[in-house]
Design a protein around this ligand. Structure first.
Ligand code: AMP
Length: 387
């Protein structure tokens, strides 16, 4: 695979595999610095295609399409990890792809991900690989209850997960997930005090920089609120940054790596999941930091120096899911939401709102975390016309 030899000048083109909101916000950041973008996505009206300079309308798994993308661009990245790695590999034969296909493959499979983390000496929840009901029964004896059973691939936003609290539930949990998926993983349930994530950027020369970690609150397994800075001690925050740098270095990432972690009741950090791309929990950086996660990724991709991002004020992000559109007949009340101070509205241009679908987010910058949290949730409620 080729390495970036030199700085790509403004006017150069970044290829993006995947046309969702992450690609869209990346394309907007690229445009700010006069870089062009071309996206590969099967939907001609995808969120990224609406703002990119060009689109190849085709499946991510089509190697000819990813080769065409590589030939039309100077560097390629991907905006979600469930893309076909062989297709990304085909692009990498023609133009630099960041993060590398090997990082992509590691993050696509929970077995590989956990093995890579353990090899790097990074703590994770005790787990076992599962390929049969007997494997799961044996793992339950070893690990005890409660447990979380997950599919090894294609899981996101809590899809492909089951909690097992007692021996009687083992078989039904296996039936639920094991029928369709041969490869599963079972983990000890972590009674965490908080979930946090840290995004680390790593440049081709090995220089790293982390964004301030965010405290993440999920609802129905989907990220609901990110709070920055997290309401934990400075030393845990510092450890989270060091841990993310360690992950980026050990995996030799060039690009962004988002590291989701559990903070245990003893203030230890256990890594749950990695994503080699911008992350929903980093959307706060668009308004809360002097450099956003999207600008930082552009800098890495084109070979510009990466920033040392600073949080200028406490910031809270709340996600806007399709539920809000369903409940308001497709017409959320943005005017009322934006009456609140310090509110920034980000919408992704998705034509169809479905329950649980990420349609946009609100960032609120305020003097204190408490104020930002209050204003952000109130603004979202107002969009619902419920005050
Ligand atoms: P994941 O798909 O692995 O990111 O999991 C989605 C969410 O499920 C996490 O953000 C946690 O809230 C929860 N979860 C996943 N694994 C565990 C675990 N081992 N213990 C406790 N909660 C978990």
């Amino acid at each position: 695979m080729m390495e970036p030899e030199s700085l790509l000048k403004p006017g150069s083109t970044i290829g993006i595999i995947g046309g969702g909101q992450l690609g869209r916000m990346l394309a907007i950041a690229a445009r700010q610095m006069d870089y062009k973008t071309i996206v590969l996505d099967p939907d001609p009206n995808c969120p990224t295609g609406q703002v990119a300079d060009g689109q190849i309308v085709d499946a991510y798994s089509n190697r000819d399409a990813s080769r065409e993308l590589a030939r039309s661009t100077d560097v390629v990245t991907y905006e979600f990890e469930n893309v076909d790695a062989d297709s990304v590999s085909a692009a990498a034969e023609l133009t630099p792809v960041h993060p590398s296909v090997s990082v992509l493959r590691t993050s696509q499979h929970r077995w590989h991900e956990k093995d890579a983390l353990l090899k790097a000496g990074i703590s994770v929840a005790p787990f076992r690989q599962v390929e049969s009901l007997v494997d799961l029964q044996n793992a339950a004896v070893d690990l005890g209850y409660p447990l979380v059973l997950k599919t090894a691939t294609q899981g996101y936003d809590g899809k492909g997960q089951a909690i097992i609290t007692r021996a009687e539930d083992v078989e039904s949990a296996y039936d639920l997930l094991g029928k369709r998926n041969k490869e599963l993983i079972v983990e000890q349930f972590v009674p965490f005090q908080m979930e946090i994530s840290t995004i680390c950027a790593r440049a081709a020369d090995g220089k790293t920089a982390t964004f301030p970690p965010s405290e993440n609150i999920h609802r129905n397994h989907i990220l609901d609120i990110s709070i920055v800075p997290p309401r934990i001690s400075e030393s845990v925050i510092e450890n989270a940054r060091l841990l993310a740098i360690d992950v980026a270095d050990q995996l030799n990432v060039v690009g962004l790596i988002s590291v989701e972690m559990f903070v245990t009741k003893e203030n230890e950090l256990l890594v749950n999941e990695l994503a080699p791309r911008p992350h929903n929990s980093g959307h706060y950086t668009m308004d809360g930091c002097d450099t956003s996660q999207f600008e930082q990724l552009v800098r890495v991709l084109v070979g510009l120096p990466i920033a040392e991002p600073k949080l200028h004020s406490p910031t809270v992000m709340v996600n806007l899911l399709g539920d809000l559109w369903e409940d308001t007949d497709g017409d959320p009340d943005w005017a009322r939401a934006l009456e609140m101070p310090g509110v920034s509205l980000h919408l992704y241009g998705k034509a169809e709102a479905r329950v649980g679908r990420k349609m946009g987010h609100i960032n609120v910058v305020a003097d204190t975390v408490e104020d930002a949290l209050y204003i952000a949730t109130e603004a979202r409620n107002r969009a619902w016309r419920r005050s």
